[in-house]
Write a protein that binds this ligand. Sequence first.
Ligand SMILES: Cc1cc2nc3c(=O)[nH]c(=O)nc-3n(C[C@H](O)[C@H](O)[C@H](O)COP(=O)(O)OP(=O)(O)OC[C@H]3O[C@@H](n4cnc5c(N)ncnc54)[C@H](O)[C@@H]3O)c2cc1C
Length: 299
Amino acid sequence: MFKGDIELEKQNRLEALFSGDRCVQQCFQPVHVADLRKFMHNLPKQVPVRALGMGSNIVIRNGGFEGAIVMLGKRFGGFELLPENRVRVGAGALTTDVVHKAKRCGLDLTFLGEVPGTIGGAISSNAGFNGKSIGEYFLRATTIRRDGTVKTIKRREFSSTEDLLIDLADAVIVQAILQLEQDTPESLNQRYIDLKRRHEQVYSLYPLKTGYAFCLPDLSKNKRSEPLLPHAVDALVSLGTFQDSRSKLRLDPDHPNIIFAKSKSDFEALEQFGNKIRSECREKLNTELDWKIKFLGKK
Ligand SMILES: Cc1cc2nc3c(=O)[nH]c(=O)nc-3n(C[C@H](O)[C@H](O)[C@H](O)COP(=O)(O)OP(=O)(O)OC[C@H]3O[C@@H](n4cnc5c(N)ncnc54)[C@H](O)[C@@H]3O)c2cc1C
């Protein structure tokens, strides 16, 4: 979603969620794991469940989401230092808080220092910046499945990050173990400052913007005969400036993969604009892009 809108939208969204008539059937904030397990177990099987972190990469369509939303919040925000440069982190913890706590322990998660959201959201969307992503440091996570059972998922059981993310799709992550690189407090602080500056440069321009909008999740979908484009960014750069005259939504080749808006835009316009970009990539570059932003509910 657009960052400038986060607080307002969150309020509006929560009101809409709780109004229960058109948006979602239920919004549940568990007190502890047993509470969440009971909720998932007792929910009728046909009701879809989706975890919501801070909502920085998720859009509930105007038609509403007929399912249950689980929001973990601060109660699931723990941080514990473990041996061998490992940390146990709650999925409800804010990513930026975890970055600072890790830094104080001499552990490097600085590439996520400016990425808005929670640890659950970061793992689920394999958040990253500057060539690093959280999936590289992920060891295992405790998840609650749709039927209320607990399952630990381990990095080594999956051949790729994509497989891991597919497995996470119907589960709520409650905590994860990350194994991080160690460094001195001075270099971690300096790296944090540098990355913060770079992130601000990348995300500058208008106050209203999305995070990374697209990804190339499955390279086998791309049918190019030449070597595949390694990142969504390469395809988006070659599209050049792309703007929608009505909504003013804009893709800028200097800040590729971020959709900027000049004024508060309807999410429907965002989805339409993004789909236009995806068809341009398909037609002109023979490259299939997937949304990284998650759209929930009916159109
Ligand atoms: C201004 C701006 C800058 C950004 N910069 C970056 C960047 O540099 N790099 C980057 O990678 N992203 C970036 N993003 C995107 C976003 O910050 C990340 O994707 C972030 O990790 C999402 O976290 P969240 O808690 O907000 O997740 P949400 O947006 O709430 O959810 C995202 C996905 O995660 C799932 N999810 C959330 N919590 C859980 C859980 N506990 N269990 C299972 N699934 C869960 C949701 O169901 C959804 O599918 C940016 C966004 C904005 C608005």
